[in-house]
Design a protein around this ligand. Sequence first.
Ligand SMILES: Cc1cc2nc3c(=O)[nH]c(=O)nc-3n(C[C@H](O)[C@H](O)[C@H](O)COP(=O)(O)OP(=O)(O)OC[C@H]3O[C@@H](n4cnc5c(N)ncnc54)[C@H](O)[C@@H]3O)c2cc1C
Length: 416
Amino acid sequence: MERVAILGAGASGLSSAALLRERGYDVTVFEAADRVGGLARSFEWHGFHCDIAPHRLFTHDQEALDYLLRLVPMHKHRRRSTIFIAGKKVHDPVNPVDLILRLPARVSSQLVKDYLFKPKLPEDSFENLALNKFGKGLYDLFFEPYTRKMFGVSPAEISVEWGRQKLRTSGLRDVFRRNTKIFFRHFYYPEEGGYGAICQALHSKVEDRVELRARVTGLETSDGKVTAVHYDQDGDSRIFSCDRLVSTIPATVLGSMLGHDFSLRFQPVTLVYLLFDKPSVMPYHWIYFGDGDVVINRMAEFKNFARGSVPENRTVVVAEVTTPTDDPQGDVLEAFERYGLAQRGELLDSLLIHESFGYPVYDRHYELAVKEAREVFGALDNLHLVGRNAEFRHIEVDEDLASAMKLVRQLANDRA
Ligand SMILES: Cc1cc2nc3c(=O)[nH]c(=O)nc-3n(C[C@H](O)[C@H](O)[C@H](O)COP(=O)(O)OP(=O)(O)OC[C@H]3O[C@@H](n4cnc5c(N)ncnc54)[C@H](O)[C@@H]3O)c2cc1C
């Protein structure tokens, strides 16, 4: 039986392990942490299941959706979200018509003017794409601060490709196109256990094959193949021989194991969890903060995702912070007070989690760096990359699963 080593027990590693095992492969998963789930894990805190920022399932991929709905019972939620910008609540995703109607006449007349006289710049950066599509007014009001907050650089440094995939807006025509990955009306969320229930269910299929606290430190290669994995576990250095390797760890980490330093950057994210002594903070699943002087990118309230029993008089929210700051909690509380969401005196407890590999940054050079990485990894013909940070793609759990499904199909075809 073919021995497959899988690096990482997040959604991608666990999906790959479960699917490969079903096809008769002998899988072993190596996970550095003492728990599974990676970025799609949940944890219990003060009676709430908390995720890493908000996580929700929306997909166009029927095969992935059917698999996930068979795996975990989920509720279908009607999306409730908004964006705070310039002291107003506006539609999420940003819609120019809605903005114009909601903002003060002085601001909106400028937005209309700029929208009507949009430039025609070469579409070679996210900045130019946004300027061409929405004009300078909307760019200055929303896109510039939002993108700088999200990635720590100006939109001029961000690839046009990211803009095309992830523009947090609907264009005028998109007002009628209600089912994009950005503009969806409904989403699925597990009935119990938070979003992490997905990874827990995958884990239950391969639990006996998952090595926890097993940090992979290097690979052995020979004749264009990976032959062994070196890892540290509980103070011991160990070696595992394999016939095939599936990596779901960040491309940069795998690259350095093979002696390469790819110029790919990940945006870290700090999650600030706050327990408040009140039944509710907001009626939304999540809120985006568009203003550049607020460190929060997005916040979510877990009570609004849960359908099971949760404490009635208390609530937990998470604020996702991508702006560098020495005092994330202080800055988040200041923003909450400014927007009338909660007061410092209502805070009962707090928790900070830092994730170093939050978002692959699609800067203007990333396509070249990804190409270089693909060539290096492609030279090892039994090495496969699956998932968001391994493939350096801004994707979600359904697409991580689809990538694992594609790999399993490809291996089956190779065998046939
Ligand atoms: C803020 C945020 C919001 C998101 N929102 C959504 C959403 O709404 N819906 C959705 O479906 N998805 C969402 N996603 C994306 C989703 O979280 C990811 O697509 C998914 O979790 C990626 O899984 P993965 O297994 O590829 O990677 P990871 O979750 O990063 O897992 C990789 C695993 O590898 C382990 N590892 C790393 N290095 C080593 C090593 N050397 N040795 C052994 N193990 C190692 C890590 O500990 C980790 O457990 C969001 C992501 C973020 C950051």
